[in-house]
Structures are given as C-alpha cells and as structure tokens.
Design a protein around this ligand. Structure first.
Ligand SMILES: Cc1cc2nc3c(=O)[nH]c(=O)nc-3n(C[C@H](O)[C@H](O)[C@H](O)COP(=O)(O)O)c2cc1C
Length: 245
C-alpha cells in the first residue's frame, strides 16, 4: 500500500473539514483507492463488514450522481466520489467468510479438537449471529425483540434485534469506515465532503444496487478551493458534551 501519511492522526483530524467547493485539479485515483482500503480496516460490528464502497471516477457518473444529490456543491465540484453502502443483506455471506477464516486460523482441525476459546468463536458465528440477523419481513425480528425484552427483566441481554436495529448496526460500522476514509484522505492533504442529502432511490439505481442495499454516505473528494470551506468550525462547548462518571 502506497499511502504516505504526511500528517499524524491528530493533525489529519484537525485538517479535515467538510469541503463544499473543490478545485478543478485532478486527484490521484490510486491514492483515493488506498484510502478506501484503509476505510475497510475500521472497526466493524462482529467483524461482519456489512459494507461496500463505490469509487466513482467517471465524469459522467459524477454528474449523474450530483444531479441526484440536488446538485449540491460538495458533489457537483468533486473530482471523484466515494459512496459508502450498508449491506445488511449480505450477513450470511459475511458470516460464512468469518467462519472460513476462523477455520483456517484454527488450522482446519476437526471441531472436536477446538479449545474453549475456539469453540466460543465458532459458536458465535454459527449460532449467535444467525439468531441476531435472521428475520422474515421484520416479523421474526419483532418476536425476538419482545422475547429479549422479557428476558431482559431478569438479566442483561442484547436488545437490538428488530429489523430497524439491524439497519442501525450496519450503518454504524459503515459510518466508522467513512470516517476512516476521510481521515486517511486528510492525512495526504486530500479533502472530502460527507453527504446524506441525496435521492437514495436514484443513487441506488445508478449503482445497480438491490433495494436491500442502503446508501450510508456519499463522499465528495478533491482539493479544497479557497472558498471551499464555508466558515469557522463550530462545536458545542466540550464541557456540555463531556461527562465524567
Ligand atoms: C452523515 C453526514 C451527512 C452530511 N450531509 C451533508 C450534506 O448533505 N451536504 C453537506 O454540504 N454537508 C453534509 N455534511 C457535512 C456536515 O454539515 C459537517 O460535517 C458539519 O457541518 C461539521 O463541519 P466539518 O465537517 O467541517 O467539521 C454531512 C455530514 C455528515 C457526518
């Protein structure tokens, strides 16, 4: 991987701003791809990696996507776009990928020879993950949710089992990957603009995504124009959001 991090993590975090106007200067496609690679190293719930990344470099496609994003500047002036997609629907595929990985990590030995820790890990993907993810038009999810609420009266239990909860699980991890991407870009002096202002139906159509795939964020990429940052960074006073217990 050829990403040279010119900035430290804290420098990159401070450098990153949402840039709404990008220079008409091209950026290196491979460097952006390297940053997408770094995005995939983000923490992800149960290591399920329920995400996909669409790297849009064709000017015609950028134009089409910008039009479906209300022609907002962050998309319209972008040199490239990265679209982070949450793919909750791929859970079975990702579960099997994790199981195969674990099997190889454990030396492809028979399960009877697994250590306690290995058994637990395998059980997690073979039994717990399907229990959490399996659903049938939201019905099974609701039954699980009610059952978990009842069990939860007596003991701590994982409660996020509805279809809507699982969407949040997938989007949370996709958001972390998006942030990894933007910080990696900032580290090499590339700029980004995260956007959720778009017509998701039209974007999904352009990307040929199934209805179960959900757009997490569209990220405009390029180099900041002098007028590209609309104002000073504003944050709520830290004391208001920091709680020490
Ligand atoms: C999930 C998400 C969606 C956003 N959607 C848009 C958007 O549609 N258009 C836009 O111009 N900025 C968008 N932003 C950028 C925010 O307005 C911006 O992050 C915020 O004002 C803080 O500024 P900063 O990123 O420069 O620190 C979005 C940011 C996030 C995290």
């Amino acid at each position: 991987m050829a990403v040279t991090n010119e900035k430290s993590v804290s420098e990159a975090i401070k450098y990153r701003r949402s840039v709404r106007v990008f220079k008409k200067e091209p950026i290196d496609e491979q460097k952006v791809k390297d940053c997408i690679h770094l995005a995939t190293l983000a923490a992800t719930s149960s290591n399920m990696q329920l995400w996909e990344f669409y790297h849009i470099v064709s000017p015609d496609s950028i134009k089409e996507i910008a039009a479906a994003s209300f022609d907002q500047n962050g998309a319209k002036t972008a040199q490239q776009l990265v679209i982070v997609v949450a793919r909750k629907d791929l859970w079975r595929k990702r579960m099997h990928a994790n199981i195969s990985f674990l099997k190889s990590q454990f030396g492809n030995k028979p399960e009877a020879e697994y250590s306690k820790r290995e058994k637990f890990a395998m059980n997690y993907y073979k039994k717990i993950i399907p229990t959490i993810y399996i659903d049938f038009f939201g019905i099974f999810g609701m039954i699980k949710f009610i059952a978990f609420q009842i069990i939860g009266l007596f003991q701590p239990i994982y409660r996020q089992a509805r279809q809507s909860d699982m969407r949040i699980v997938a989007h949370k991890s996709a958001g972390l990957a998006a942030q990894n991407f933007m910080i990696s870009m900032a580290a090499i002096n590339y700029d980004t603009c995260p956007m959720e202002g778009f017509d998701s139906v039209r974007i999904k159509k352009i990307l040929h995504l199934p209805s179960s795939g959900e757009i997490n964020m569209i990220i405009g990429c390029g180099l900041r124009d002098e007028q590209g940052i609309y104002g000073e960074r504003f944050r709520i006073p830290f004391e208001e959001v920091y709680h020490k217990i």
